[in-house]
Design a protein around this ligand. Structure first.
Ligand code: ZN
Length: 245
C-alpha cells in the first residue's frame, strides 16, 4: 500500500491542485493530511472542498481550530491573525462544520498522524532535538507524521538507545524505515513552505517496502499572490511565498 502524506495547505489552492496532479501520477491508495487546511492564503473554501472531494483524511491544525473558535486568535502573530479573520469571513458554514469534525489524531496500525506533536497534537512545534526526543519517547506508535513547522524533517531514535538524529530530507531522498528505530517525520508544507524552497512539499510512503520519499512541486505563485492582494491579505504573507520562508 502506498500513501501520500501532505500538510499545511493554508488556503493555497494553486499549490494544492499542483501537488494533487503529481500525487495522482504516483498512483497512491490514500492521501492523509496533517492539518491546517486554512489560514494565511486566499481560498479556504476551494481547499476544504478539494479535501472532501478527494476523500483525503485530515487531522485538525491550529489554524483550522482558530477558524471554528477552538484556538484563541490572540495566540497568533499579527499577520496570521489578520489572515485568519479574512479566512473566517470567506468560509461557508458547511465547510466550517467539516473542519470542526476533524479529529486531533489518526492512528493506522503503527502510524500516528497529527498536526503538531504526539504529546500536544495541535499546538506544539517540533523544532528542537529535545522536543523531538521527549515526544518520541512517549509515543506508542513506531512512526509519527506531522506538519506545523512547514519544514520537512526526519528524526529517528533507536528503540534500545535513547539518542536520536535529525535528517533534513532533500527532494526525492528516500528514507528507509528500519524496524529497530522510531521515527517522527515532518512532511513540510503544501501552501507555505518555510525551508528556503518555494515549491510545495509532500511525502510518499510505501508501507510495504517501508520507505518515505519527499517530493517538491513548483506551482503558480504569482497567481496566488494576485488573489491575496485582491483580498488585502498582509504583504508579508504574500512575499514569503516567493522565497519559501
Ligand atoms: Zn501551518
Amino acid at each position: 500500500m502506498k500513501i501520500a502524506v501532505i500538510s499545511d495547505i493554508h488556503s493555497n489552492y494553486e499549490a494544492f491542485i499542483s501537488i494533487l496532479d503529481e500525487i495522482k501520477k504516483l498512483k497512491v491508495d490514500k492521501i492523509y493530511c496533517c492539518g491546517d487546511l486554512v489560514g494565511y492564503g486566499p481560498d479556504p473554501n476551494e481547499c476544504v472542498e478539494l479535501i472532501r472531494k478527494n476523500n483525503i483524511v485530515s487531522v485538525v491544525g491550529n489554524h483550522d481550530a482558530a477558524v471554528f473558535g477552538k484556538a484563541d486568535l490572540n495566540w497568533f502573530r499579527e499577520e496570521a491573525k489578520e489572515a485568519l479573520l479574512i479566512n473566517k469571513e470567506l468560509i461557508t458554514p458547511e465547510n466550517i462544520s467539516f473542519i470542526k469534525s476533524l479529529e486531533e489524531n489518526i492512528v493506522i496500525n503503527d502510524v500516528l498522524i497529527v498536526h503538531g506533536s504526539p504529546l500536544d497534537n495541535i499546538f506544539e512545534y517540533l523544532f528542537s532535538i529535545n522536543a523531538l526526543h521527549r515526544n518520541i519517547r512517549c509515543m506508542k506508535e513506531r512512526v509519527c507524521f506531522c506538519g506545523h513547522t512547514h519544514q520537512p524533517l526526519v528524526y529517528f531514535e533507536k528503540i534500545s538507545l535513547s539518542t536520536g538524529e535529525i535528517v533534513i530530507p532533500t527532494e526525492k531522498k528516500q528514507i528507509v524505515i528500519d524496524d529497530r528505530y522510531k521515527y517522527i517525520i515532518n512532511v513540510g508544507s503544501v501552501g507555505q513552505p518555510r525551508d528556503g524552497d518555494n515549491r510545495a512539499c509532500f511525502a510518499i510512503v510505501d508501507l510495504d517496502n517501508k520507505t518515505v520519499t519527499f517530493h517538491r512541486v513548483a506551482y503558480n505563485i504569482s497567481a496566488v499572490q494576485q488573489r491575496m492582494r485582491s483580498l488585502y491579505l498582509p504583504e508579508f504573507l504574500i512575499k514569503r511565498l516567493e522565497f519559501g520562508i
